[in-house]
Design a protein around this ligand. Sequence first.
Ligand code: ADP
Length: 514
Amino acid sequence: MNARDIASTVEVLLCATGICLLFDRLGFSASNIIMVYIVGVLFTAILTNWQGYSILSSIVSVLLFNFFFIEPRYTLLAFEKEYPLTFFVMLLVAFIASSLTVKLKKHAREAAQAAYRMQILFDTNRLLERVKNQTEIVALTAKQLGKLLNRNLIIYLCQNGELGKVNVFMADDSVPVDIYTSEYEKKAASWVLHNNKHGGATTDHMPDAKCMYLTIRVNEIVYGVIGIAIEKTRLEDFEESVLLSILGECAFALENEQTRREKEEATALAIKEQLRANLLRSISHDLRTPLTSISGNASNLISNGEELDQKTKVKLYTDIYDNSMWLINLVENLLAVTKIEEGKMNIRMAPELIEDVLNEALHHMQRMNQNHEIHVEYSDELLMAKMDAKLIIQVIINLIENATKYTPDGSQIWIMSKKQADRILISVKDEGQGIPDDEKEYIFDMFYTGVQKIADGRRSVGFGLFLCKSIIEAHGGTITVSDNHPHGSIFTFSLEAYQPRMEDYNVNGELYDE
Ligand code: ADP
């Protein structure tokens, strides 16, 4: 019983009777009055949602017709003999008309519902193409199924052939979530996963579960299990067929996502393997030359040491020193690179004075290079940045070393530091040939060695700048190269400036380490 439907029925009957009374007064015949009541019954069928109201309306219409318009008026007695037949025909017409209207309405409703469901299915296809990862695929599928079924849903994704994490999507919050995640429910879901059949509510296996469970699969490969809360009413056939289509789409999306992930992993592995192979090849080649030189010079000194004059000996010692320093630097770089590559670079950040860091790098360089004039331009203010000093010193050494490698002896190199907004910029400027524009974007790549000839014929591995970039990016900074005028290059990297606070100092005025 619905108050709105009852009200509509009564209103229509009142209207029809009003119109009929008017017609009667105007002298219209009884057949016209009957037509008005039939139209009234039709209206009732359109306005109400249950056929009972139109049947009721047709019976009441007949009674009203009898009461108001058939002699003797204002009684329910019909004297003329054709009137019972008139009543019967009127009842029949009203009944058939209302049945047809109700049927039409039902068809229209079903057609609208089917169109809505097809629209959901269509939208699901389209939207699934856009989502990227498993979580998004599951969330989208649940959202679309929520629109279709308006029921609580739970979705398990498979992990190594077992049920993974459970995702519950509630359409009706009046029930507690845990009734869907109980051990019993999980057992039903697990049975479905391992047997690849429907299970749980409304099926033969564990019918007293709260949900009906289905697999999300492509052919025989199961990607997940979905549970649909079925308290009392079963799913309609059409709902079930759209549900299966959406689950099929979801499984395809999960399959595609898995394939894409596996492909990416395989590519990453291949790149890593390739890098490792290149690294080994390049290193074994690069180590051989200085080691041969060191061992040759040392052997020369051991066997002929006494016959060699002092100047030759110093030359041999210097060669050994230079080559071993080169090797040490290479090994330091290699260690840092492998750490970064394996993702376990353990950066120990602490506030450092830029001046100290530059001095430390210069100290190291001056021992190795006496052929270039290295100038440092310190900033007027005291600059500080948080960094792993050992790694940043390595960056500065690599940049200065490149500046000495790629510029003629006797040329000048400047090291500058300054603060710009909340960043510290450190630059190394040289007066060499510079770097052609088309090479600039590659010089930071691993193993890239440019067309530049090294001034004193030393070796080039293509590691230094790659390492600098990795270290600076791990610090959240950037490194760039630009042209010096009239010639040469300027390498500049940035670090976040550090503003010391009182609480960073201990009682002796020294900075606490992080
Ligand atoms: P390597 O010096 O071992 O080749 P790097 O990664 O340090 O490796 O440098 C990559 C390339 O960038 C070098 O081969 C060189 O061509 C170019 N390059 C680097 N620094 C300079 C510089 N200061 N002046 C000119 N070219 C440079």
